[in-house]
Design a protein. Sequence first.
Lengths: 271, 229, 229
Amino acid sequence: MSLPASDNGTLSSTPLNFHLDQYEGPLDLLLDLIRKQQIDIRDIPIATITSQYLAYLDKAREMDLDIGAEFVFMAATLIHIKSRMLLPTDPALRKEGENGEDPREELVQRLLEHQRFKDAAEMLQQKRIIEENVWSNPQMKHFISEEDTPGLDVGLFDLIKAFGEVLERVKSRPVYEIEDETVSVADMVLHVRSLLDEAKSDQPVFILRVMEQQRSRRAMICLFLAVLEMVKSQSVEILQADLFGEIALARGERFAEADAVPPATIEEEYK
Amino acid sequence: MGFPEENADEQPDAIQESFSADELLPEEPAVEAITMEDAQLKAVLEAIIYVTDEPLSLEQICTAIEQPRERVIELLEQLAADYERPERGLSIREVAGGFKMTTKPEHHEAVRRFVKNLNPPLKLSLPALETLAVIAYKQPITAPEIMEIRGVQGAGVLKTLIDRKLIGTAGRKQVVGKPILYKTTREFLVQFGLKDLAELPSLKEFQELARFDSEQPGASEPSGEAPRA
Amino acid sequence: MGFPEENADEQPDAIQESFSADELLPEEPAVEAITMEDAQLKAVLEAIIYVTDEPLSLEQICTAIEQPRERVIELLEQLAADYERPERGLSIREVAGGFKMTTKPEHHEAVRRFVKNLNPPLKLSLPALETLAVIAYKQPITAPEIMEIRGVQGAGVLKTLIDRKLIGTAGRKQVVGKPILYKTTREFLVQFGLKDLAELPSLKEFQELARFDSEQPGASEPSGEAPRA
């Protein structure tokens, strides 16, 4: 292989035009060295390539670039191959096969495979370019009835993503926690109000579920009394969809009037 | 096999297949030439009418294909006539001062039926998706616990998920009020292409993916960005 | 005058005109019979392919128009061939195991101006495309295996590919650590306009190309960037 730029290892002293951060991995770098110098991939001048590769690593270090462990590992591999190439071939081995195994073979195979995937990536890119130049204008919307509510097209990773987001939210949520031992009926009135505020106007808040979230007897009693107060003042209504069904709260006629049940008054009454 | 004869005469166009043999078709349909240039123009005309939702005005078309008005009208008439043939399910109609592609009304019923029977991909609202996610990873779990984790009320979505057969009940929790426990179903596994629940990716795995992904927002800019054409 | 002769010959031979009609019309277009019923079916076929947003599978079509498979295939072939003619601006293509109507790429310049919602460019970096290629050819495959082949550390751009719905999971590999297996999705086929995975050229074909490339003088690019298409 005649290389105009190469005269046996001194090439490493000629700084190649590296963009130091452009290589995704050592295979990328090696392929680029090979391609730039029009080297036959099946007959790599391993000494030259090794010194160029090491020069690259040096340069990267000079520039304080983060060199991944895989680059260092490849350097070791190259040096190892180079040393095996330098060893005189065992005459005994030569009798058996033609040349014995080429120490470069495994590396060549990996490089070839890497090149194939680069080519495959390029092929995909070209296919994508075609797709970016054609358009479709489906008219499904005219034939879908109103009641089919649109939603997300959901896959497995949407599920885990949603779960992650919920957990994130838990972390960042300001905790509206009532100190159990100091909780008052007035606190609970506010709590129930806020629950009804959060709920959509047509969605009931089930008493039982709110009750379950309370962590002390005192809190439960306060909640119960608060609900009674709010019913009395017509800020909430009690609903029961069917006999023995869950009891729910809904906004009452005077829900909007924030002071229908002035907290201070209640506070007084229950002292 | 009788295709009505009169249709043959209506067709002004050479390229359409006229059908039928000797006996059935004594009157030779008039054959009209179409030049390569006309073909190109008609093709572009068809494509732009297809992609545009709003009716395309004559002026817009003239500008687009750089042709005089008369030529465009002629081409449009040819195109519309091609579409009127009974074996075409679409038509190009003049509405509101422009040209628009639509399905032919006589096939609306068939199309509507078809669309209705399409198996839609699993679609869920965001609250439903979140609720399903919480159930999938924390099952069995009660409604109050789900609300606690999600930090919002949302009894409605449980019913949606049950209706879709994605979740089912798993007995009751032995606490005050004996709330119902929910779990995911077999249908859930089928929908998400899972053999069993162990195949669900863990949150840790997911976060690792994000961490290693150099192209995720926040991560360093990847090198060698692919050129765009 | 003169619509190119070969177009006439392409028409399947239903009932060929057996006599040469006229001196003036040496290139008689081959005449094809179409029954009223076929016309109806083709019309409905065209209408439903036009309206649906996802590629329609043969099975869906068979069910919709209540016709046996062979008949539907025949009709689809006819329809697709009609659309392939140069004076048509649309085409019916087989994508992701189904049939889909799109504009033809050769008219992209004219069409682009009329498209409101331009296809968002997929914006995948070269490393992302390479990872996608590895998954496409080696699926199902785990993240460590992908790293091994690509000779890089880190799971790379998997999350980006997941977010774009180009890859999904395919269970877990039964080895230590039970790593997640990845595969390409239907959306991958749609986005890259592939009929199915078998349509991908074999890796061996790339090897031939690679060897050829390395012998090309001046084929080298001074950087690791993707060769421009």
